[in-house]
Structure formats: C-alpha cells, structure tokens
Design a protein around this ligand. Structure first.
Ligand code: TXA
Ligand code: MG
Length: 354
C-alpha cells in the first residue's frame, strides 16, 4: 500500500517527532529517499517535504494536506547547480537574484525541464525553486540527496505552521515524521517571483520585497492578485492565489483605522465570541478579549507572529476577530496579503469603523 492508499484507508500512522542531531537528520533523509513524507523546518514556515523526482511521493503530499492537485509545489534545493537540473532556461536575472537572496526566503519560477513530474507543477510548464537559508532544511536536502518538493506543512486552508507543534496538530497520524527545528524566523511564506514573462513579476509577497527585487533586476511588476480578489473567470498567475488561504475558524474582519478609532470600534462591538486581533501593548486598552501579533510599526515582527496568532484565536474559540493591519509597504505587503486572504478581503475603513 503506498502512502496515498494508506491515508485513504483511514488508518493512522505513528508520527515521530525528531530533533536535529546528525542521526535524526540522516533518518529524515532516508525516509525521504524511500518515498516517505517528512515535515521540515525552514526560515519561513514548516514545509511538508517529498522527493521531488518521485511522482507517487509528491502525490501523497496532496493527500496528506487535503490540497487541490492543481496548486503547484515549491522545489527546495541546497546548491545552485541543482537549478540547471530542474530548469530549462536560466535567465541572468535568476543568477543575480540567487546571488543576492539565496539561501533565503525567495522562490524563483522558471521554465521547467521534463524531469520535473507534473505532480510537482500541477501540470504547468514552469517550476518554482528555492534554496532555504535554514541550515537544517539544507542538511535534510543533502541527506536525502534529491531536491525536495514542499508546500507549507498545514492542512489545506489552515494558517501555515511556524512551530513543529502546529504541524503536529494538523498532520499527526498522516505523516511518519516531523523534524522539530524550533520556531520559524520569518513566519510567512517566501516571496514568489516569476521570471517566465517579459519582466520579473511578484506572485506572492514575502520577506524579500518587490523594491528589493527591482533593485537587482531593474524592475518588478506586482501581480494584481496580491492585494485584490480575483474576479470570476480571471486566471491566477499563481494558482495558490485563487484559494481562500490561511483561514482560521474565526471570521476575520480587517479594521483600517487608528488606535483611538479602533478602541471605540471594539467598545461598540462587544459580544459573545468577538475578539480583537491587535498589536503588542494594545490589548489592555480594549474592551474585547484579544490576541496580539507583533509591534505596530514593525511588519517583520507582525509577519513572525501572525499565523500563530490566527491559530490562537481558534484555540480560544473566537467566532469573529476584528483585526488591526499594517499598510502594504515593504514587508507590510506580505502581512497585509496574508491577512486579507484570512479575512476573505473583508475590510472596514476608518470612516465606517466607529
Ligand atoms: O516559504 C515557503 O515558500 C514555504 C516553505 C515550506 O518553503 N512553502 C510554501 O509552499 O509556501 P506552498 O505550496 O504553500 O506555496 C507555494 C506557492 C503557491 O502559491 C503556488 O501557487 C506557487 O507557490 N507556485 C508554485 N509553483 C508555481 C509555478 N510553477 N508558477 C506559479 N506559482 C507557483
Ligand atoms: Mg501553503
């Protein structure tokens, strides 16, 4: 029975929590090389890894996550030479971006070689590549001796996991092992940039900003789906954009206003199950129960804590959460993009707020 049949059979696996000793990393590498799934830490979020060349192993990622199979995966590599194994064309911009941002939280989409199975790319003619900066992630790739296809290690639709505990909550009984490498440094997924069109195009914002990409490549277009809901019938440049992502059970509503207005807004909306999702130090000024994430003028700290905060709201049984949110500048673009998706693009402006 392969892993897909196993999961469909309703039986459960014993999910082992491993540390990061050389022996445990070798064990993870051996599991991956034999077609099994292992959740691994990266500097962005935890990934659910499989041998990128093993079609059956890659398919079992979709089953374990409950992920739609047309949503392609990122292939993780540990050396630049692997780009040439996987991509058919490597434009000079790819080399320049890799020199500047790899290893690190940048994913580059390039035309793929036929060795990359369709299961990885959702049938697209392109492949997304990233060299993570988390040393444990690279050690595991080296131990497996193959590039690793890995989406975020959450159940499809749940916020991405930033701690091994989150992975365990979502995937226990569905995967054989999780490597616990502590909390992820960035907390939101990598920036995705496509180099398959005329100009570099940002498909998903992350820690590397479009301004930084433009400094290296001369320009960087931002796909409209980054901040706006796709209209019906519009085709997503990045298939991930069309799914409602990152949603906790609680209904999230973004409230765009200053703190004073927000305090009044919360006062008016006191009700059973209604929570505030606010910045550090603000909760005690509010009349609602609250979960805090990051500092007001520090989007990097917000990014690091956002997904954990969304999971916390569910643990506390929140039905609705009114959220403070930063502007879409710099790393704030990534935070706002994720929170907009968690909120299903539900935003109340300052005028409507109080
Ligand atoms: O930080 C990250 O990127 C994490 C860690 C584990 O590395 N991974 C991650 O993977 O976020 P995932 O599968 O949750 O998101 C991959 C995103 C999706 O939005 C997908 O649509 C897009 O990358 N993507 C993958 N391959 C693509 C391709 N060939 N063309 C366009 N978009 C692609
Ligand atoms: Mg994901």
């Amino acid at each position: 029975m392969n892993q897909e049949e196993f999961i469909n059979s309703g039986e459960t696996l014993q999910t082992e929590l491993l540390g990061t000793t050389p022996a445990e990393i070798q064990k993870a590498g051996a599991l991956l090389a034999s077609g099994k799934l292992v959740a691994i830490p990266t500097e962005t979020v935890y990934g659910l890894a499989a041998n990128a060349f093993d079609e059956a192993a890659v398919r079992s990622i979709y089953t374990a996550k409950g992920r739609p199979s047309d949503n392609p995966l990122i292939v993780h590599i540990s050396s630049f030479e692997q780009v040439y194994e996987l991509a058919r064309k490597v434009p000079p911009e790819a080399i320049k971006l890799a020199e500047k941002f790899w290893p690190g939280p940048l994913t580059i989409v390039l035309p793929k070689k036929s060795v990359v199975p369709d299961a990885v790319t959702g049938g697209l003619d392109t492949v997304a590549l990233r060299m993570p900066s988390h040393p444990v992630a690279r050690e595991i790739i080296e131990a497996a001796k193959v590039p690793l296809a890995a989406p975020s290690a959450n159940l499809s639709g749940k916020p991405s996991p930033t701690k091994a505990q989150h992975v365990f909550e979502d995937l226990k009984g569905r995967i054989p092992a999780i490597i616990n490498g502590g909390e992820c440094g960035f907390g939101v997924e990598s920036t995705v940039v496509s180099l398959c069109g005329e100009a570099p195009r940002l498909l998903r914002p992350g820690a590397v900003t479009p301004e930084e990409i433009a400094l290296v490549c001369g320009k960087c277009e931002v796909d409209p789906a980054v901040l706006k809901e796709l209209e019906q019938g519009q085709i997503a440049a990045s298939p991930g954009m069309k799914y409602q992502h990152y949603s906790p059970e609680a209904k999230i509503v973004i409230v765009d206003c200053d703190l004073e207005q927000y305090i009044k807004f919360c006062e008016k909306h006191k009700s059973d199950g209604v929570f505030a999702l606010c910045f550090e130090g603000e909760g005690e000024k509010l009349s609602l129960p609250f979960v805090e994430y990051g500092k007001e003028n520090d989007p990097a700290s917000q990014a690091q804590e956002l997904f954990s905060a969304l999971r916390r709201l569910d643990e506390l049984g929140a039905k609705v959460a009114y959220a403070r949110c930063c502007s879409a500048a710099g790393v704030g673009l990534a935070v706002r993009n994720r929170l907009l998706r968690a909120a299903g693009f539900n935003v109340i402006s300052a005028e409507e707020a109080p």
